[in-house]
Ligand binder design. Structure first.
Ligand SMILES: [Fe+2]
Ligand SMILES: [Fe+2]
Length: 406
């Protein structure tokens, strides 16, 4: 390449650089002092000297979350053409049309219309009006949860350290946005009233959103996403709801994020032992008990025992909490027993022929693939049940917490 060079005086460039160096020292020095005094300072948590975000590269986090999310990125136009999304690129549409034996755009549009009617027929013939309303009521729980997952992950994006973690959270923000808008259209297609959040869900999500720093990981990636994982795993085998498999796959990645992040940036002793934080975590999950009781009628309509679902979800959430190091004022093994007593008490009140059951051992995830995904997320391949693993981790954590601080 031949450039027509412009001649400038070499001395002026030197002066420009020196001036910049002086201004640089003054501005950064001022920002550093103000930062140390907690009076402001640099806002961007970015290390331009090393061309990384503060915290370093952390490529493992990037590979496990950002790269994987990109690989598994799915488009609603491809997976649920009847919903009216136009998110495929021209190349993807060409590939799709090739898959549809080289149809032209007009024919593809017609195919989508037919599929849309097929989808409508499927849900109208497979379910009664009451069942459709029950599906909408149950899925709207997580529909509202997706809105908060979007809000929380957007805030967390600015609170995590390292380039790897930021790229992971960026993908989560994108996926939560997709979950929210796709699930909303899916529910609207059921032509039923979409209910507001129950007050129990409102309390959980609002308080989770207000949690500080990495506690947001507990509220969102452990509790809300653990709940979402269970719900999608339970509903994805129902006719017309197969797309929920893809939601389930994304949520499994989101529930693994706190573990992978805190491996790189472990919780401090204070964060682990802080009694206020432990009590806050417990108080955060408590509204789930009346929320489950409230959802019992709709789940029963779909042949699902609400307490089986609640027990399975609680077991998974406790397992995730123990693994990450988010402890409660009492060990999860004790919480497990307390919840079993509470669920049995409510069930004996709401059911005519209730017999005592260990709800915390139930499994409501139905799809084979989804069970496999959860086995990977919860480390079940190592031959332990989640409850056993959680109990050991919990007890070990309490033993080490009992020691005086070093
Ligand atoms: Fe989500
Ligand atoms: Fe998520």
């Amino acid at each position: 390449m031949e450039f027509e060079k412009i001649e400038i005086k070499p001395q002026t460039a030197v002066i420009q650089r020196r001036v910049e160096e002086v201004v640089n020292t003054l501005v950064r020095g001022y920002d550093e002092v103000m930062g140390r005094l907690h009076l402001g300072g640099r806002k961007g948590d970015y290390d331009d000297i090393h061309y990384e975000f503060n915290g370093g590269a952390k490529d493992q986090l990037r590979k496990k979350h950002y790269d994987k999310s990109m690989r598994l990125l799915w488009k609603a136009e491809d997976q649920a053409p009847w919903l009216g999304f136009r998110d495929c690129t021209a190349e993807e549409l060409t590939l799709l049309s090739m898959a549809e034996k080289s149809m032209n755009r007009e024919e593809l549009r017609e195919l989508k219309r037919v599929r849309s009617e097929e989808f409508r027929d499927t849900i109208m013939t497979e379910y009664t009006e009451r069942e459709r309303q029950a599906i909408v009521n149950v899925l709207s729980l997580i529909g509202h949860g997706e809105a908060y997952a979007w809000l929380v992950s957007t805030e967390l994006l600015n609170e995590v350290k390292s380039t790897g973690a930021r790229s992971a959270l960026t993908m989560q923000v994108l996926e939560e946005a997709k979950h929210f808008v796709v699930l909303r259209e899916l529910l609207e297609a059921f032509e039923c009233e979409i209910p507001r959040m129950s007050i129990y869900e409102y309390l959980l999500l609002e308080r989770g959103f207000k949690s500080k720093g990495v506690e947001k990981f507990f509220a969102m990636n452990v509790v809300v996403e653990g709940f979402a994982l269970g719900l999608f795993g339970m509903m994805s085998t129902l006719p017309g709801l197969e797309i929920l498999r893809l939601f389930h796959r994304d949520e499994s990645r989101h529930t693994a994020l706190p573990t992978n992040y805190l491996k790189e940036f472990p919780l401090t002793k204070w964060q682990r032992r802080n009694l206020f934080a432990r009590v806050h975590r417990l108080s955060l999950i408590l509204p789930l008990v009346p929320a489950v009781a409230l959802g019992e009628e709709d789940l029963a309509e779909l042949g699902i025992d609400a307490f089986d679902f609640a027990g399975a979800t609680a077991r998974k959430v406790f397992h995730l909490s123990d693994r990450v190091g988010f402890s409660f004022p009492i060990p999860t093994s004790v919480l497990t027993s307390v919840l079993n007593v509470a669920f049995n008490a409510v069930a004996s009140y709401t059911r005519a022929d209730h017999t005592k059951k260990d709800y915390l051992q139930a499994e409501t995830t139905r799809g084979k693939e989804e069970l496999q995904t959860e086995a990977e997320v919860f480390g079940l391949n190592r031959g332990r049940t989640p409850t056993e693993a959680a109990r050991r981790a919990s007890e070990a954590s309490y033993k080490s917490d009992a020691r005086p601080a070093a």
